[in-house]
Design a protein around this ligand. Structure first.
Ligand code: DAH
Length: 346
């Protein structure tokens, strides 16, 4: 075969195709036409296989002519296919019994995350995400918990064995809290900092109020002249916006190595509104930890504690969402059992 024969054959294919497609009115016929003209054993495919026997200097040109023809055929088939679809759709019997497809919705935790993010974004926080597989250094050492310090025991940490130990950063772990994002953020940007870090956390605990994987959100604000009243203002704002206008926040002295002073944060009980009842005993429910960032932590983040100060807080997402008025879940593990009967209630 020479170049002219090749081109003539392509032109014949095109002409035949044009005349055949003009009389097609059904899918089945269209399917057959498709396989006849661009299928594996079509004349066109056969020609494409012949290209290697043509003189070398015309192969590229012939290949391109054949491919153009193939694309034309494909696109004409597609146009007719869409037309036939449209016609068939319009033949649908509107009185027929519809089959409803089940429509899902976002997971309990995703909803909580979206809501919390939106509340903080309204007052100028921005969302960041830090690794779940973290270095020991960010989760502990940079937070003023040196190696072998007993305070670490509170975070029942999963260690990853078969990854090399880094000279500076230590071992790899699954992050046990979002506080590991604090120094990461300080090293990433200069103050002012207003981060909200939301991530999965892992601890070796499982019972009605713990799952080995859970979520936390961590707030960190660093600027000149930041003090406890700013922290309390943000906590009050969060509590009324998340739990409702009739709920209050309270801070109680506590100890964390990475904040000084440190607090536990409570919300007034949604059932007795602070009077004291069977659920809360004394009118308050604990929702997380907070405090003024320890000067040592600022230094690990290359921030001068004489110039800047800041506050931080860290709360569990599932636990807080469970305590929100109107949502009564008495076993946190249900959230991750993937039982559709449970999940569709929210
Ligand atoms: N990371 C702490 C925990 O998981 C919670 C926490 C306490 C976060 C005090 C903070 C803080 O930012 O200032 O228990």
């Amino acid at each position: 075969m020479n170049k002219q024969d090749f081109i003539n054959s392509i032109n014949d294919i095109r002409k035949n195709f044009e005349s055949e497609i003009s009389s097609i009115v059904s899918y089945d016929d269209l399917k057959q036409l498709k396989s006849k003209y661009i299928g594996r054993s079509s004349a066109l495919n056969n020609l494409l296989c012949q290209i290697k026997y043509l003189p070398i200097d015309v192969r590229a040109e012939c290949g391109s002519i054949a491919n153009t023809c193939k694309h034309e055929i494909e696109s004409k088939i597609k146009v007719l296919y869409d037309e036939l679809c449209y016609k068939t759709d319009n033949l649908i019997d509107p009185t027929a019994n519809p089959h409803k497809l089940p429509v899902g919705h976002q997971h309990f935790t995703t909803r909580a995350i979206d809501e919390i993010t939106e509340i903080f974004e309204r007052i100028g926080f921005y969302r960041v995400r830090y690794p779940e597989v973290e270095w020991d250094w960010f989760a502990f050492e940079s937070l003023n918990m040196p190696k072998d310090h007993p305070a670490r025991d509170e975070w029942e940490t999963f260690f990853i064995d078969n990854i090399e130990v880094n000279e500076k950063y230590g071992r790899r772990i699954l992050t046990p809290h979002t506080s590991s994002g604090q120094v990461r953020e300080m090293l990433r940007v200069k103050p002012p900092i207003r981060m909200i870090n939301i991530s999965k956390c892992y601890r070796r605990q499982i019972d009605v109020s713990h799952t080995p994987m859970f979520h936390q959100f961590e707030g960190l604000v660093i600027d000149k002249g930041v003090n406890i009243s700013h922290l309390k203002g943000v906590l009050d704002y969060f509590v009324t916006n998340f739990f409702g206008n009739n709920r209050k926040a309270r801070i109680r002295p506590y100890h964390f190595r990475f904040t000084e002073p440190s607090f536990e944060v409570d919300v007034s009980c949604g059932i007795c509104l602070g009077e004291g009842c069977k659920l809360c005993k004394n009118g308050w429910l604990e929702i997380g930890g907070a405090g003024m960032v320890h000067p040592v932590v600022l230094q690990f983040g290359n921030i001068d504690p004489n110039e800047y100060s800041g506050f931080a807080f860290g709360f569990g997402i599932e636990r807080n969402y469970m305590m929100k008025s109107g949502i009564s879940v008495d076993d946190i593990r249900l959230i991750y059992q993937n039982d559709i009967r449970f999940l569709t209630q929210f």
